[in-house]
Ligand binder design. Structure first.
Ligand code: CP
Ligand code: NVA
Length: 273
């Protein structure tokens, strides 16, 4: 079951294609959770019919409510807080290009949004150093930041938030950016365009990173805002490998979760009675 409260190109097509390639069927539904029926009630009904639920939501609580009340696995396909499927695809892309994750330096330039939050958690889990360069007032989520710090202490990597993008990108193996106004923040677009202007990833900024640095962006991109055409279409950009990898990694996520659920379903069914 694929529930979308927000638009999508990559997530919708890769989940549906992935499920078809695995021999299953994806059902697409565009709806606002909790509007016609409560989210727990939707979850309780859906899990009587389907084997997996993925949801793209505004409130993060909508995904956790689905997970709490459904007896089948629930996948976060982007909430206002996190975008974990994207980041697993990103790390697969980094691994393909750099042959390792641990010890690399990832620099995220721009808004401390859902993508930045999930990157921090993944980097800290894998022992990858990560710097976020963002304007004051646009830091990553505080709760995520403290979870990431705890993980980084264990994996022995450094996480930092800085204001100067030029300083941040020195020595970077990976430069990452995302839109300045996420879905749901459209009314702030002009204000954000002014605040984030110094955070554009352009050729001058890329030149300050390692010569073999790669550029990533979850897409969709606002060309000329957070990234120039020259960088997005340039030789360091791996954004299409990154988009392709959504398909492969999500097939792995679906298979892994489904196998885990089949093995443990007695426990899950009992817990949710
Ligand atoms: N990157 C990503 O999640 O793309 P869509 O919004 O098109 O699904
Ligand atoms: N931060 C962006 C990511 C889109 C894939 C958003 O939430 O709109």
């Amino acid at each position: 079951m694929m529930i979308f409260e927000k638009p999508s190109l990559r997530t919708r097509v890769t989940f549906e294609t992935g499920m078809t390639q695995l021999g299953g069927h994806g059902i697409f539904m565009e709806t606002l959770l909790g509007k016609r029926e409560s989210t727990p009630d939707i979850a309780r009904n859906l899990c009587r019919w389907v084997d997996l639920i993925m949801a793209r939501t505004f409130a993060h609580k909508s995904v956790t409510d689905l997970a709490e009340h459904a007896t089948v696995p629930v996948i976060n396909a982007l909430s206002d807080l996190e975008h974990p499927c994207q980041i697993l695809a990103d790390f697969l892309t980094i691994l393909e290009h750099k042959r390792k994750l641990k010890g690399l330096k990832l620099v995220y330039v721009g808004d401390g949004n859902n993508v930045a939050n999930s990157l921090l958690l993944a980097a800290a889990t894998q022992g990858m150093h990560m710097t976020v360069a963002c304007p004051q007032g646009y830091d990553p989520d505080k709760g995520v930041w403290s979870r990431a710090q705890a993980l980084a202490a264990r994996s022995k990597c450094k996480l930092a938030i800085v204001r100067d993008p030029r300083e941040a990108v020195k020595g970077a193996d990976v430069i990452y950016t995302d839109v300045w106004a996420s879905m749901g923040q459209e009314s702030e677009r002009e204000l954000r365009a002014r605040i984030f202007a110094p955070y554009q990833v352009n050729q001058q900024l890329m030149a300050l990173a390692r010569r073999d640095a790669i550029f990533l962006h979850c897409l969709p991109a606002h060309r000329g805002d957070e990234v120039t055409d020259e960088v997005l279409d340039g030789p360091q950009s791996q954004v299409l490998d990154e988009a392709e990898n959504r398909l492969h990694i999500q097939k792995a996520i679906m298979v892994t979760l489904y196998k885990h659920w089949q093995k443990n379903k007695a426990k899950y069914l009992k817990k949710k009675k």
